[in-house]
Design a protein around this ligand. Structure first.
Ligand code: IFM
Length: 411
């Protein structure tokens, strides 16, 4: 006989998306400028036309029975030129938030999700001396207009991931290669910007819940018996998971009301002699002979237990944990269904063990523009036909809805 694990009352069940990946025509943004200039391999174009289709898309979330939705407020739309405020864009987001409320969806707003106004990046982006001031002005404008309607905020999405792609691998704007120091400076500026945003949001709304979305892979040594692999993994774990908290400032609860956890995969680290790879080790990608390891279409290793472990490690900060992203890029629906079932199992294990998890947001509601990989990877609970803009539910959507409606997982 099967039993069920019940999640706490009020648990947030939602979906997550980001403006540039779905809205379309984000013309004043740095990404758009780089796409048009041919400095990025794929153009976002009209994407999923979510800008005009948001009500129908939010209907999909409601039909699944979700009670929360994460979205981003695009800075480039609100401030197309320095100091200028586009009131129509602000009104658009106000209407979008109202549309969430009428559908019973708690809005969870991200203020920076990899994309900035083109002018910000032209003026040095996160390396400019006044970067945090510029971001603070954006936050001030948004908070003054919307803090009454939005309680949950994510200041910045995945600063470590952004800093790596922008300044090390160079495949995202400003497309700088191999500049480790610059990536650290960008992260430090984003940490300062976060602190400024934290204070501003609390000034406008005393009960605001302010966090940031941190990419948190589960990092392990390739061979736990080898001290070199263990050291390499520890260094990588610090760079990916720990450093950000030091940059923001400890204790974390001084600057965060909760931690947003973006969890996708395990990262296996092998010691790399001769300094070939980043932070003392290299990622051991792909199965070795005799190993049955599973990977997504992104090349990320599927490792559900890692979610429980990552949550356990983050719980040491003494803050509520909100899973702000979890999902898989795959064309194989059986693989997606298994991924969701196993990760919800890992989530239930974490909640059952008393870890302070307050919600789970699936990435993503609909297929979208996956940055430098274009429209290839498919993360959606709903498939998007980009030629017709028709959305079709995937089988995983029904699985997720069943758990959400029961607020329980059959075990
Ligand atoms: O699509 C991205 C998202 O923008 C940030 N987190 C990871 C997702 C999948 O790559």
């Amino acid at each position: 006989m099967s039993t069920a694990f019940r999640f706490p009352e009020g648990f947030l069940w939602g979906s997550a998306m980001a403006g540039h990946q779905v809205e379309g025509d984000n013309r004043h943004s740095d990404w758009w400028a780089y796409e048009q200039a041919g400095r990025l391999p794929f153009r976002s174009g009209s994407a999923c036309r979510h800008l005009e289709r948001y009500e129908a898309d939010l209907d999909l979330a409601r039909e699944l029975g979700l009670n929360a939705h994460r979205f981003s407020i695009e800075w480039a739309r609100l401030e197309p030129e320095p100091g200028q405020c586009d009131i129509a864009a602000l009104d658009h987001y106000r209407r979008m938030v109202a549309a969430m409320r009428t559908r019973g969806l708690e809005p969870i707003a991200t203020l920076h999700h990899f994309v900035a106004p083109a002018w910000f990046t032209d003026r040095g982006g996160w390396l400019a001396a006044d970067a945090a001031d510029r971001f603070a002005a954006h936050v001030e404008r948004v908070a003054a207009a919307l803090a009454g309607e939005i309680r949950w905020w994510l200041t910045i999405n995945e600063p470590t991931v952004y800093a790596k792609h922008a300044y090390v691998t160079g495949d995202w704007p400003p497309c700088v290669h191999g500049q480790w120091l610059a990536s650290l400076r960008a992260m430090r500026a984003m940490a300062e910007a976060h602190r400024r945003a934290y204070a501003i949001l609390h000034t406008h709304r005393a009960d605001a819940q302010v966090g940031l979305a941190h990419s948190t892979p589960y990092v392990v040594p390739a061979d736990p018996r080898r001290i070199t692999d263990r050291l390499a993994a520890r260094a990588r774990d610090y760079g990916l998971n720990g450093l950000l908290f030091d940059l923001i400032g400890r204790p974390a609860r001084r600057w965060l009301d909760f931690i947003g956890v973006n969890y996708y995969c395990r990262t296996v680290v092998r010691w790399a002699p001769r300094g070939r790879a980043v932070l003392l080790g290299e990622d051991d990608l792909g199965p070795r002979p005799g190993e049955a390891r599973r990977f997504s279409d992104m090349g990320w290793e599927v490792w559900p237990q890692g979610l429980t472990e990552v949550l356990r490690a983050l719980a040491r900060h003494g803050l509520p944990l909100l899973i702000t992203e979890n999902g898989i890029a795959t064309e194989d629906e059986a693989v997606r269904r298994a991924y969701l079932a196993e990760h919800l199992g890992a989530l239930a294990a974490a909640v059952g063990a008393g870890l302070p998890v307050v919600g789970y947001l699936h990435w993503s509601l609909i297929d979208n523009y996956e940055w430098a990989l274009g429209f290839g990877p498919r993360f959606g609970l709903f498939e998007v036909d980009y030629a017709t803009q028709v959305r079709r539910p995937r089988a995983t959507a029904a699985d997720y809805a069943a758990v959400v409606r029961a607020n329980a997982l059959a075990t």
